[in-house]
Design a protein around this ligand. Structure first.
Ligand code: NAD
Ligand code: TYD
Length: 352
């Protein structure tokens, strides 16, 4: 079996669903259920004995060793993290706790567990750490995309905490020979993404006639990847990646934010032809230290592991919008009191 951390979050729940759709290998899912964790994402697995959910913290030094001992996973996929840049700007503490200290404690528990495995199991074991392209910092318009050799230059508390965890993972391979794999992926989008991130926020705001807050000039560029493509890349790296190596994952799909927002408005207009969603676009104060451009060079994973994304942005964004249109109840359920508090804090003074 495998142990997935953060499996009730956006990418984690997609990963769990995707994994169990293709394999009968069991998953132990360890998730703290922060504001971003949501068991509704996994409701289709109710009663499925292949999925064992445990609410807990990756930094819990009693629980994690006990889980490892009890379930004897052959691999760990570490997705648990605080993941939102704007929240890291308002309050970095949780990012340091989970992304740095939590990853460190998880690594310590795994090191002890791994050391006690028999030779064959020890050799086959993998610790796969899911990271982000944001650790590489920001690109200008004409610079080449990030390769795996690009220096780390994290600019936000979020990316700095992820960079720190990447370094710890790397060090556990170098020092203790723990068989680790690290993936650095670009921006994901798709079903179950919490509506604090750009794409779901714009969809849910548009559907309720709220303003669409575009930071700064809207010309910041991100490289968007449909979430199930990220899941297939993680599976491929787990299967065939070389321990100690890192793999960049991206969609070959760079777009300025404003183009994304306009495209969402146009696509929603196909369902609601009489609405004028574009009138809701509101330019607001820029994010402090806002990275201008991210772009992933995903040639290594293509060349060495034969992985390429299956979706284009045109197909992925349609599926995503349709999912949000079909899952109004999910949207209502996540827009609780703490969600409204966040929106008020981050978007003060913007008409909602
Ligand atoms: P998310 O915020 O939607 O989910 C994170 C999950 O981790 C939640 O279910 C939360 O409850 C859980 N969690 C948080 N702290 C925990 C702790 N201490 N112990 C156990 N569980 C904890 O995040 P996401 O967008 O699904 O991202 C998953 C991973 O992928 C993160 O490591 C993130 O850095 C990375 N990543 C995300 C993107 C993206 O575009 N979303 C891109 C590249 C990499
Ligand atoms: P986000 O989804 O938060 O991902 P990240 O910051 O990790 O790339 O934001 C994507 C881009 O969209 C980023 O350039 C910030 C911008 N953005 C807005 O313009 N308005 C918003 O309300 C949000 C949440 C993001």
């Amino acid at each position: 079996m495998i142990l997935v951390t953060g499996g009730a979050g956006f990418i984690g729940s997609n990963f769990v669903l995707d994994w169990l759709a293709q394999s009968d290998e069991k998953i132990v899912n360890l998730d703290k259920l922060t504001y971003a964790g949501n068991l509704q994402n996994l409701s289709s697995l109710t009663g499925d004995s292949r999925h064992y959910f445990v609410q807990g913290d990756i930094g819990d030094i009693q629980l994690v060793p006990q889980l490892l001992k009890q379930h004897q996973p052959r691999a760990i996929i570490n997705l648990a993290a605080e993941s939102h840049v704007d929240r890291s700007i308002h309050g970095p503490e949780d990012f340091i706790q989970t992304n740095i200290l939590g990853t460190f404690r998880l690594l310590e528990a795994v090191r002890t567990y791994w050391n006690e495995l028999e030779t064959q199991e020890k050799q086959n074991f993998r610790f796969l750490h899911v990271s982000t392209d944001e650790v590489y910092g920001s690109l200008t318009l004409n610079e080449p995309a990030f390769t795996e050799e690009h220096p780390y230059q994290p600019n936000s508390p979020y990316s700095a905490s992820k960079a720190s965890s990447d370094h710890l993972v790397r060090a556990y391979h170098h020092t203790y020979k723990l068989p680790v794999l690290t993936t650095n992926c670009s921006n994901n989008y798709g079903p179950f993404q919490f509506p604090e991130k750009l794409i779901p926020l714009m969809i849910v705001n548009a559907l309720t006639g709220k303003s669409l807050p575009v930071y700064g000039d809207g010309q910041q560029i991100r490289d968007w990847l449909y979430v199930t493509d990220h899941c297939s890349a993680i599976r491929r790296v787990l299967e065939a990646g070389i321990p100690g190596e890192t793999y960049n994952i991206g969609g070959w799909n760079e777009k300025p934010n404003i183009d994304i927002v306009k495209m969402i408005c146009d696509l929603l207009g196909e369902t609601y032809p009489n609405s004028t969603f574009q009138n809701l676009i509101t330019y607001v104060q820029d994010r402090p230290g806002h990275d201008r451009r991210y772009a992933i060079d995903a040639k290594k994973i293509e060349r060495e592991l034969n992985w390429r994304p299956a979706e284009t942005f045109a197909t992925g964004i349609r599926k995503t919008i349709q999912w949000y249109l079909n899952n109004q109840q999910w949207i209502n359920n996540v827009q609780t009191g703490s969600y409204r508090e966040w929106i008020e804090k981050n978007y003060t003074g913007i008409a909602q």
